[in-house]
Each structure stands twice: as C-alpha cells, then as structure tokens.
Design a protein around this ligand. Sequence first.
Ligand SMILES: CC(C)(COP(=O)(O)OP(=O)(O)OC[C@H]1O[C@@H](n2cnc3c(N)ncnc32)[C@H](O)[C@@H]1OP(=O)(O)O)[C@@H](O)C(=O)NCCC(=O)NCCS
Length: 143
Amino acid sequence: MAWNVRTFEQADTDAVIELWTEAGLTRPWNDPRLDIERKLRVQPELFLVATDPEGVTVLGSVMAGYDGHRGWLYYLATAASHRGRGVARELVAEAERLLLALGCPKVQLMVREGNEGVLGFYDALGYERFAVANTGKRLIADA
Ligand SMILES: CC(C)(COP(=O)(O)OP(=O)(O)OC[C@H]1O[C@@H](n2cnc3c(N)ncnc32)[C@H](O)[C@@H]1OP(=O)(O)O)[C@@H](O)C(=O)NCCC(=O)NCCS
C-alpha cells in the first residue's frame, strides 16, 4: 500500500487546504481555515488524512462527525495524482470504523449540485441514494 491513513495534524493545514481547493471543494462562504479550527475543537479524531508512507505529503482527506443521530462525511478528496487507487475508499472505511465505534447507526453525506458524477463512487461503496431537500441557516457570519 502506497499510503497511510492517520488523524489530521495541525501541520497538515496548508496541504489540506490546497487539496480541497484543487478538488473544487472550497466555497466562498466556507473559510477552510476556520472549518479546520472548528473541527479541531469537536471530534478532531474524526478528521483523517491519507499521506505518503512517510506521513508527510497529504494525498487525501475526509472530515467526519457524529451528532448523536447520524454520522456525516465532509471534505472527502483525493489528490488528482492519486485517484483511482483506493485512497478515498480507505478514508471512508476508516471514518466508518471510527463512527461505528462511537455507536453511530448510519453515515451519510451531501453531494453538491453539479457534482452528481461522484455518486457512482458512493454507489461503489454501498451507499444508498435518497432524495431530500436541504435547507440551512448560518449562525456565524464568517465573511
Ligand atoms: C471522489 C473522489 C474522492 C474519489 O477518490 P479516489 O481515491 O479516486 O476513489 P477510489 O480510488 O477510492 O475509488 C473507489 C471506488 O470508486 C470508484 N469510483 C471512483 N470515482 C468514481 C466516480 N466518479 N464514479 C464512479 N465510480 C467511481 C472507483 O473505480 C473504485 O471502485 P473499485 O474499488 O471497484 O475499483 C475523488 O475523485 C475526488 O477527490 N473528487 C473531487 C472531490 C469530490 O468531489 N469529493 C466528494 C464530495 S461529495
């Protein structure tokens, strides 16, 4: 195996933000640095990165959380240079293992409009599609 999966460390911050940017996961209304700071305060052990075997170069990420009802996945990405080798599959499997260890009965995620092509990836991992309308309200205006 040409990569390792481990918990995110502060020193990974810039590399992870670069990964998210290249993967098209950043949005003007989500400051990735603040997203990371917040995650480091809540279940930081569920924020994972895939790295080269030396544990230095970041190749992938997933940010998971358990709210007491559902487990959630965010910021799943694999570096373009390492896609199609099972990196994301392993990141998701490790996140699922950690969620299950917390007693989490179901894991789910949101796919942004325009990124439906990624649903085939989740199909391959045994995720079942369901239709739902999402709505949300910002409680802290970051920008
Ligand atoms: C989606 C993404 C994370 C997949 O990463 P990856 O490391 O290439 O995925 P894996 O190699 O682990 O693929 C696992 C399986 O899914 C399949 N797969 C991967 N992407 C797929 C896609 N877009 N459609 C259908 N199947 C796909 C692979 O063929 C593989 O199947 P196999 O194990 O039977 O061969 C990566 O393409 C990415 O970073 N995309 C941009 C960011 C993004 O959209 N993230 C998801 C936000 S919801």
